[in-house]
Write a protein that binds this ligand. Sequence first.
Ligand code: GLA
Length: 376
Amino acid sequence: MKEQVKQKFAELYGEGAVCYASPGRINLIGEHTDYNGGFVFPGAVDKGIVAAIKLNGTDKVRAYALDLGEESVFGLNEEDKPAQSWACYIFGVCREMQKRGGTLGGFDTVFAGDVPLGAGMSSSAALESTFAFAMNELFDCGIDKFELARVGQATEHNYCGVNCGIMDQFASVFGKKGNLMRLDCRSMEYEYFPFDPKGYKLVLVDSRVKHELVGSPYNDRRASCERVAKVLGQEFLRGASMEQLDAVKEQISEEDYKRARYVIGEERRVLDVCEALEKGDYETVGRRMYETHWGMSKDYEVSCEELDFLAGLAEECGVTGSRIMGGGFGGCTINLVKDELYDAFIAKAKSEFNAKYGHEPKIYDVVISDGSRRLE
Ligand code: GLA
């Protein structure tokens, strides 16, 4: 990918570009907990965005998306927001860097990516992190790594309409080869966990379905959680117990109750999984993954028929753990599979899914990799 973007850059804008890269992410457990001040447990993957960039001495950005064959030219003032949605990510990052004191100028860039779109692996965070990291170096902004992750998050909030948490951008910036990261999204303390389960594989089964629900269901889920936290007199749902939730049951809607019940359960599950991993107890890890799946399906209602089918199939095949990954409404399941079961499970997932939905799911073996970086 690096050679391709460099070559296209040379063709369009000349020699002398420098390349930067940032990855997408997986998340072992801890879904929809980040904006609730809870824990997440992601890792960066070996798929991401690569961008060739060179300052151009003007006040304009010329950006070329290699995968789409499209160019966007825009300025760096608030009113210069480009029309193409992909370009808004780059524009938003520049604006957020400026808001944090960065003095930016124009640049040329060609970028490409191999994070499957709509799979719940955060292609957008990979794009944001690539440019936040690069701008910080190229324009010497002196912004620390946590703030770079916040630049990506603020880009989603202010320029892309998604009130996301910090997990994806954090994972993309802070990723470390062979390690998962447990982040406490309230204190922002984090810890690396070497992840190399002997005798198991971590594999994603991508349903390749994306259900566009009416309105903005992700933001709705977040709003539900915030309403319940308010009734509980807390800033976040984090730290609330089931007893506290039950005590206010009459004051909240049934729907909000179910949303909060999932989040409170999920907080405990992340901690359980970390503890189990340290003991090499993968059975517990897997059980919690299934609990997360059905919680996301029945209480949080962000799964869909295809993903419930895949998780159910995994369970039938004796897969240790399986669940929908990421924000939901489509995308993939993440599966913890014993080596000896791997081939049979993948074959069955492909054929049965195909028989029912008319296309095979895509399979990605998870390789936990490094975060944002300059490529030599
Ligand atoms: C999306 C968001 C994250 C997080 C997940 C769900 O990926 O960008 O902040 O909330 O959904 O865990």
